[in-house]
Design a binder for this molecule. Structure first.
Ligand SMILES: Cc1ncc(C[n+]2csc(CCOP(=O)(O)OP(=O)(O)O)c2C)c(N)n1
Length: 562
């Protein structure tokens, strides 16, 4: 006799069979059958967050750090809508997240039932794929298909909305149904092999001929694990490497050929190199406006080769001479078969001559430079940093000496404040053996600081650093530069963070002097369990250099405009 399972049990079995071990979520009426099936389910660990946004960010952090699908769960209506920011974040940064949402029972659909929201409609633009499960017979395949789509091509979030009565319906569990056939096949256009060979040959030729070539690498290199191949390409051709915000840590910061981050807060010599380059090979990145500034003036002398797994990204923002659709690792491997060794010594010398000591955000005191170099000493570069959004995010990107692949995680595309604290929980679960630091500003930290309770309840050892400048710093900086210094609604009060830590039962420190920072960071790093360090920095410190929004990379601001 075949065993019949409820939809909720089928959901659990499907997740376990797909290799899911951890999920982040929050229960409620329409998802109760699933939570009931989860009760005592040894193979599935559920982390109860304090807000569904945190569940989505934590699943995203888990996905990015663990290179696997991260799962979040919410009830219908407000639970599901609270996931939206996290899904949009994962969508913009190409992170494979599966959201499972409860929905009102099928007979109630469309009747404005209690906690009914058309979540498939709401999340349509921020998911790669979403589906309302119509029948329990389709449930397992709907989940499998969604997970396959989340991973294929450019990864991204997917959502499966499960009506409550479907969770209660009974059916036979089939290990892999008809709908499972052929899953995982990329749906995007695969270029003709002949075209690909031509494009590879053309690119190799352009690299051989260029006098001022640059590699510009993004998160696609991290997703495809193309570290060794990209490094080999750079070393064999002597080509300097620029890492976008999301590409940071794809090559060691200190590598001889690594220049740093381009764009709005890129160092002056990096942006000047872009403006002087005659060839830019973009790999696994998308020429986002924070990278290009005004596209009309971006890299005016350069031919652009764009390699990306997402065909829609090619030619979207900049004109390309050669576009190659494909996985970064595979394409670079093919390039390595044909590129000729060279050194580019004159070009590298030219860039070196443009270099100046990095701009100080402010002199003396507890500066971001002092903090980040202390953190580098304390962690020996062996930690993952999850940064939030704002000035501190740029300081981390500019200053921390990332050595190992995929150790810098941040919300780049959406720029979602509140990301760091919950995402760091997911990172820690994916990397239980290494220190994980969440670095936030006093604004973003206050958005999701309730997750400290989750960390304590679940024993998640996340170290929290709060850069406290008493302002929504990045917005204040724009107000100072471009809005006549009118600080409209950017001064922000904080609680006493040391007392807050105490209230949650974790150690907390407040650091005001540069001389104290190393010792405190060392203690926090060594403390068992979560720990919080408040770093009181200069209130009006600015991030330099800066390209005026929509401005040209050729015109950096290196001091506040008068
Ligand atoms: C959810 C969200 N709301 C608003 C913004 C706009 N924003 C970008 S940076 C910033 C200020 C961040 O302040 P804080 O967290 O204190 O960090 P700081 O810039 O001071 O380092 C704001 C409000 C955003 N990116 N995300």
């Amino acid at each position: 006799m075949t065993e019949l399972l409820t939809g909720a049990q089928i959901l659990c079995r499907t997740l376990v069979d797909a290799g899911v071990e951890v999920m982040f979520g929050y229960p409620g009426g329409a998802i109760m059958p699933f939570y009931d099936a989860l009760h005592g389910h040894a193979a599935l660990r559920h982390i109860l967050v304090r807000h569904e946004q945190a569940a989505a960010h934590a699943a995203d952090g888990y996905a990015r750090a663990g290179n696997r699908v991260g799962v979040c769960v919410a009830t219908s209506g407000p639970g599901a809508t609270n996931l939206v920011t996290g899904l949009a974040t994962a969508y913009m940064d190409g992170s494979p997240v599966l959201a499972i949402t409860g929905q009102v029972g099928r007979p109630m659909l469309g009747r404005d039932a209690f906690q009914e929201t058309d979540v498939v409609g709401v999340t349509l633009p921020v998911t790669k794929h979403n589906v309302l499960v119509r029948d329990v017979e389709e449930l397992a395949d709907d989940v499998r298909e969604a997970m396959a789509i989340a991973k294929e091509g450019r990864p991204g979030p997917v959502l499966v909305d499960v009506p409550k009565d479907v969770q209660n319906q009974k059916a036979e569990y089939k290990v892999s149904g008809a709908g499972g056939q052929g899953l995982g096949k990329p749906r995007h256009l695969i270029p003709d092999t002949q075209d690909l060979e031509n494009a590879i040959q053309q690119t190799a030729h352009l690299i051989a001929e260029a006098e001022r070539p640059l590699l510009m690498i993004g998160r696609g290199v991290i997703v495809s694990g193309a570290y060794a191949e990209v490094r080999e390409l750079a070393e064999r051709t002597g080509t300097p490497v620029i890492t976008t915000l999301l590409g940071i840590s794809a090559i060691p910061q200190a590598h001889d050929l690594h220049l740093g981050m381009p764009g709005m807060h890129g160092e002056v010599h990096i942006n000047k190199a872009i403006q002087a380059a005659d060839l830019i090979v973009g790999i696994g990145m998308r020429f986002d406006d924070r990278v290009t500034g005004n596209t009309a003036t971006f890299a005016p002398r350069a031919k652009i080769v764009h390699i990306d797994v997402n065909p829609a990204a090619i030619g979207l923002n900049v004109r390309v001479a050669v576009g190659i659709v494909g996985d970064a690792r595979r394409v670079v491997e093919q390039l390595l078969d044909v590129v000729k060794p060279r050194e580019c010594l004159r070009w590298r010398e030219e860039i070196r001559a443009l270099m100046r000591p990095p701009a100080e955000s402010f002199a003396g005191g507890l500066s971001p430079e002092v903090i980040l170099s202390a953190l580098a000493d304390v962690t020996g570069g062996r930690c993952t940093i999850v940064s939030d959004v704002g000035q501190h995010q740029m300081w981390v990107a500019q200053r921390y000496p990332f050595q190992r692949p995929n150790t810098h995680i941040t919300s780049g595309g959406l720029g979602a404040m509140g990301f760091a604290v919950p995402a760091a929980m997911g990172v820690r679960l994916a990397r239980p053996d290494e220190p994980v630091w969440a670095i936030s500003g006093d604004g973003g930290f206050q958005m999701n600081m309730a997750e400290i309770a989750t960390m304590v309840q679940e024993g998640l050892e996340v170290k929290l650093a709060v850069f406290n400048n008493g302002y929504l710093g990045m917005v204040r900086q724009w107000q100072q530069f471009f809005h006549g210094g009118r600080y409209s609604n950017t001064p922000i009060l904080s609680p006493d963070y040391v007392k807050l830590a105490e209230a949650y039962g974790i150690p907390g420190w407040r650091v005001k002097q540069a001389g104290e920072v190393t010792d405190v960071l060392r203690q926090a790093n060594a403390a068992p369990g979560p720990a919080l360090v408040e770093l009181v920095i200069e209130q009006e410190a600015n991030v330099f250099p800066m390209i005026v929004p929509g401005g040209s990379l050729s015109e950096p601001l290196e001091a506040a405009p008068v």
